[in-house]
Design a protein around this ligand. Structure first.
Ligand code: NDP
Length: 277
């Protein structure tokens, strides 16, 4: 069954923003295809896009958003400030640069990409985020790759609770500690590398569940995220898989299925542990 827009669950963030639970990540989507891919995704039904200054495609993502002809309020765009721009003034400049590149009136969600504890500047960076929020050019602020210790410090020393925390999260890295802390503090958890970058495609449990539900392994994993309550932003550059990854609202994993996936946690990261940066 093809996806239809009214099927998309909306999540209400502590900022009051209501955003689609499933969006498209565009890490490693080249400038040559980013504009057309985002336009195609909008046609298929995606309304939320996750980019970053690091991805070097903000210009193209913004162009596609403008070309869509949809009211700006119907689309949600996240971008992130990279590690070399931490600190109050440097962050304010980086936010202006992101706004210039995207050229879409405002950023829906602005995230600190990594806390980089070795720099010890994320509290200053957060103060700049709070100041940007007051201008209206940034509508919501959050963090990425924050472990519990980083969040505890931010909550103690900052004035605004992050709207969301985007962390590496997939069946091999289920992140119960961070998810529980986020939930207890009203912070939404968003999964990056939600498909473990394809590394679990051969997993026997996931393949069995896919066969039982007549779905692909990617669809089963995305469904698992949705049922856990995670925001989820699978990336694909492939137009067919754009449609496949959003076609996840016509089946449901049982509690037994969810328990089977729970056994797959091995605390295996595809990326860096944020504490080590
Ligand atoms: P994902 O777990 O989303 O996996 C993407 C990979 O899976 C690509 O190789 C893609 O290939 C493949 N794929 C996608 N859909 C399917 C499918 N249906 N069947 C088979 N293969 C599929 O990894 P990402 O690391 O890209 O994470 C998603 C997003 O999270 C990023 O794009 C980015 O927005 C964000 N992110 C944030 C980070 C952070 O530090 N905050 C770090 C990393 C990512 P193909 O394109 O060929 O389909």
């Amino acid at each position: 069954m093809a996806f239809s827009l009214e099927q998309m669950p909306l999540v209400t963030l502590n900022s009051g923003q209501q955003i689609p639970q499933l969006g498209l990540g565009v890490y490693k989507v080249g400038q040559d295809i980013a504009d057309s891919l985002v336009q195609k995704a909008i046609e298929v039904g995606y309304r939320r896009f996750d980019t970053a200054s690091l991805y070097d495609n903000e210009l193209e993502v913004g162009a596609a958003i403008r070309k869509s002809g949809l009211p700006r309020s119907e689309l949600v765009v996240t971008t992130k400030i990279w590690n070399d721009r931490h600190g109050y003034e440097s962050t304010l400049e980086a936010i202006d640069e992101a706004l210039d590149k995207l050229n879409i009136e405002y950023i829906d969600l602005l995230l600190i990409h990594w806390p980089v504890p070795s720099q010890d500047k994320y509290i200053e960076t957060w103060a700049a985020f709070e100041s940007a929020l007051t201008t209206g050019r940034v509508q919501g602020i959050g963090v990425s790759n924050f472990n519990v210790s980083h969040l505890e410090r931010l909550l103690a020393e900052g004035n605004t609770v992050p709207a969301l925390n985007q962390i590496e999260l997939h069946p091999a890295l289920q992140q119960d500690l961070v998810r529980t802390f986020d939930a207890a503090n009203g912070i939404a958890t968003e999964a990056w590398s939600p498909l473990a970058r394809g590394r679990m495609n051969q997993d026997e449990v996931l393949q069995a569940l896919a066969a039982e539900h007549g779905k692909s392994v990617a669809q089963v994993i995305i469904r698992w995220h949705l049922q856990l309550g995670n925001l989820v932003i699978p990336k694909t550059s492939n137009p067919d898989r754009l449609a496949e990854n959003i076609d996840v609202f016509d089946f449901e994993l049982s509690s037994h299925d969810m328990s089977r996936i729970a056994t797959l946690n091995t605390n295996t990261r595809t990326g860096t542990n944020p504490d080590d940066m």
